[in-house]
Ligand binder design. Structure first.
Ligand code: EPU
Length: 340
């Protein structure tokens, strides 16, 4: 049976630790519970919606005066396999890092570089999570879920998901419309290590040979050394995206700042390191009220304790304005801002 509560506190349900409440909060453990809820509550289709996994990429500015849907759908199932590959399906409510650990344990390659990213599997395709040279979209073969307005289930194959840097069909066209219930990954039984990311190979060598377990250990160690633990300081990982600009723009900045990190992504466009720009602009470790810029990674904003969503948002505005003024680069938020 679905669980519905009114005026539910969201403080424990967002990794920023922001105080906010949801008018209605719905937990479903299966697709049929979701159907059942809407069958009994037809008018709920009209409500403003928010799909909430582990709340690790959200910033609440206000209370949420609508329906929060939390899909707590578990299960990891092998869909098919051959000598070279497996297709494995994980429920939207499966903790992402538990799923990565499961696959690494089985000897399945493809997501080890995405170890320790907070959140649930259902959120993974939405923002096409990525780290250390791998994007989840590259190994997602299918995304399953329910379109709320029509209450019909759909399966989207890889191509239909429109994966791009930190975005997808689900974050753009189907935003708050299509609730993901499970995700199918195509993983390899053969090694296909991606260890080019600066400093990764050295870290792996500290643990021994290059294999799945040691890559996972190295990634976990690198993340823990740079990224704040939300249990200590509320945060949502990178607050901004790395800006994508033309080579022309990057080259003119490189002339002024030869040490600027630039990553080519082909077709005459490059990604700049937003963390570097924010750091260079002098924001690293700076606080404004209870909101601060993490002292080891300037792309991460933290709640020093008791910060409101608006306080964190204000800090992000000050940073973006300053980066624009100093480098003429627009920073785009990666975190989903809820409220206005
Ligand atoms: N840098 C600085 N100062 C800083 C932060 C970064 O100079 O304060 C420089 C670094 O020295 C490096 C470059 O900027 O040369 C890039 O930094 P880093 O390797 O830490 O990665 P990032 O580009 O800042 C991205 C992802 C992270 C992911 C890491 C590792 C985005 C928005 N962020 O960060 O993802 O973990 O790469 O692959 O693409 C997240 O999305 O929440 C997230 C944490």
């Amino acid at each position: 049976m679905f669980q519905l509560s009114n005026n539910q506190s969201l403080k424990e349900k967002n990794t920023f630790g922001i105080t906010a409440t949801a008018r209605y909060y719905l937990i479903v453990k299966s697709e049929s519970e979701l159907y059942e809820f809407f069958k009994n509550n037809r008018s709920a289709i009209q409500l403003k919606r928010l799909f909430l996994g582990a709340g690790s990429n959200l910033l609440f500015l206000d209370d949420f005066n609508g329906l929060v849907i939390h899909p707590l759908i578990g299960g990891i199932n092998l869909v098919r396999e051959n000598k070279y590959q497996v297709e494995v399906e994980a429920g939207a409510g499966v903790s992402w890092d538990n799923f990565v650990a499961f696959c690494v344990d089985k000897g399945w390659h493809g997501i080890e570089n995405l170890s320790l990213i907070p959140g649930n599997t259902g959120a993974v395709p939405v923002q096409n999570i990525g780290a250390y040279g791998v994007e989840a979209g590259s190994v997602i073969s299918e995304v399953k879920g329910i379109d709320i307005p029509s209450l019909k289930d759909y399966h989207y194959n890889h191509k239909a998901c429109e994966f791009n840097y930190r975005t997808s069909l689900f974050k753009e066209k189907l935003k708050e419309q299509f609730v993901i219930t499970s995700v199918v990954f195509r993983l390899s039984k053969q090694p296909n290590f991606k260890i080019q990311y600066e400093g990764l190979e050295e870290k792996i060598n500290q643990y021994g040979k290059t294999n799945l377990q040691n890559i996972r250990k190295a990634i976990i160690a690198i993340r823990q050394s740079k990224l704040p633990d939300p249990a200590v300081f509320g945060n949502a990982g990178s607050f901004f995206k790395n800006p994508v600009v033309s080579e022309l723009v990057a080259n003119s900045l490189k002339n002024l700042y030869p040490e600027l990190p630039v990553y080519s992504i082909g077709h005459g466009v490059v990604k700049l390191a937003a963390g570097w720009l924010i750091d260079k602009a002098g924001w690293k470790g700076k606080s404004v009220g209870n909101a601060a810029v993490h002292e080891k990674q300037a792309l991460v904003l933290i709640n020093k304790g008791g910060a409101s969503g608006k306080e964190i948002f204000r800090l992000s505005e000050l940073i973006a304005e300053d980066v624009l003024q100093k480098f003429n680069i627009h920073l785009e938020r990666e975190v989903q801002v809820i409220g206005d």
